[in-house]
Design a protein around this ligand. Sequence first.
Ligand code: MG
Length: 409
Amino acid sequence: MSVRASAVVVAAGTGSRLAAALGPGAARKGVVVVHGRPLAAWSVEALARTPGVGEVVVVLHADDLRRVETDPADPLGTALRAAGATRFVAGGARRQDSTLEGVRATAPAADVVLVHDAARPLLASEDARRALEKAREVGAALLAVPAKDTVKRVGPDGLVRETPPRRECWLAQTPQCARRALLLEALEAAVREGVEVTDEASAVERLGHPVAVVEGSYENLKLTTAEDLPVVQRLLAKRAGLLPEGDRGPPVRTGLGTDVHRLVPGRRLLLGGVEIPYDRGLLGHSDGDALLHAITDALLGAAGLGDIGEMYSDRDARWKDSDSLKLLEGALARVREAGFEPRQVDATVRAEAPRLSPHKARIRASLAAALGIAESCVNVKAKTNEGLDAIGRGEAIAADAVVVLTRRD
Ligand code: MG
């Protein structure tokens, strides 16, 4: 069996800045629930999926650890195990104490240990993998991003002491990785010598050992204050597929359309742009094609563009006796302008008479041509109304349609 790495997710901190904003009774930061999962579970999952990582140890606050260990159904433990956590340990007073407990709990056979902060739930497995590979090569490595802002070194008097060149400034993230023995030595030395370190890399640096920087992603944000929470929530939702990207809505849209017209003598009967021999036709400001009107409404509805009445007022003389295929064409142009393409239509015509089955194939072909889609994606059904109401008495014909659009990208 090849040597595997171990991951440690530190979730023991109280997250006092976030807790103060969330109010009394708020969960500790690492276990605060975001989109139904404790914050730590998001990065536990990313690490469990990272190639070469064989276990994920989670460091919890002693109170949280008690819950997880005493109640097998505890939601925190359940969520973390489901995400891939293999072991839980209690943290210490400071971050470096918690980290040390976590590293000690990893398998002694692990070659490299990746230490990750639960407050960074947006870690990508690919970035963790690159940091791990670099640590195997150099001995220690961390994810970091180039500073976008100029960094100032400031004294306790509030005066700038120094401005390091920006190109030399990187912002440290996690995971921070090192060979297991090296990391243990570095963390134990810091504790023994009473030195406070804010990250694992600096403990390794103190020993004079090289530490490599691996360029990570700006999206690997750290949740620190309440202002960060909506940003982190939104990015996690996007990652989990809970939200469409941006505000453009889902890429597949459905629209519903219905219409009814009175049957009167002296008019042509048109359905789906096809003329059907009958002694009466549909009355309307336009040619009265109820099926095309239902489909036009469904198209506009799916794209969120209102309805046929708003687009073609029946008080407007321009649309008097107009060809409903032209009305559909106009609506389709707007739908396409909005970035959508029709993919499928299913329609039902409700008519007591005439019998529509001999005409269904022609109607289907006509609709497929009008919408620019294959006939296999058009379905037309015909039903009677069993003699009930005006449609059942043969005084009117109604149509219902459902249209599916997809967004062109
Ligand atoms: Mg109509």
